[in-house]
Design a protein around this ligand. Sequence first.
Ligand code: HEC
Length: 168
Amino acid sequence: MTSRPATRNIRRVPNIAFAIVVFTLAAIATSAACSTAEQPKPAASASVAPPSDAAADAGSLLYASSCAVCHGPNGEGQPDWRVRRPDGSFLPPPHDSSGHTWHHPDGVLYEIVRDGGLTAAGFVSGMPAFGALLTPEEIRAVLEYIKTLWGPDERAAQARLSEADPYP
Ligand code: HEC
């Protein structure tokens, strides 16, 4: 008879312990699921992090004042940018992942911004030369800003191209 209260207490302890264990496991599982979902794809982001340094910040202001009027405030470009116009020129293309900009290495992008678009015979370009308006640091900054408009795959591909053709 004297052992009954003791038995009841012993039974209760494992029940509480079991509840704590279940609760803890559920919490661990939930946080693991959340952190897995938030992780970017490991391969691309590990090697080429999104540029978020001072150059890209300065470039964002330069982009807004010098480039956005043609290429769009968010780098979305103009509709029908792939269609050649009667004078042989093209409308300003997007600079985000949907465009063609990330197919060029740093060296080529720098030259396009400094010297303007191609003006070979029969080809009229609406892309102005910024060599007299922007310093070399500003040209690099605006291009670093444009890279923040790309996804990890575009950044990684463009970074590989730039190894052979870096900024001058
Ligand atoms: C007056 C309109 C205009 C302004 C302002 C302008 N662009 Fe352009 N840009 C164009 C056009 C049009 C093209 C396509 C030209 C071509 O095909 O040669 C182009 C093409 C480019 C390209 C080549 C893209 C590719 O895929 O080959 C780059 C890079 C570029 N612009 C960067 C800039 C930057 C950076 C600025 C601001 C500093 C800027 N542009 C300002 C009109 C403009």
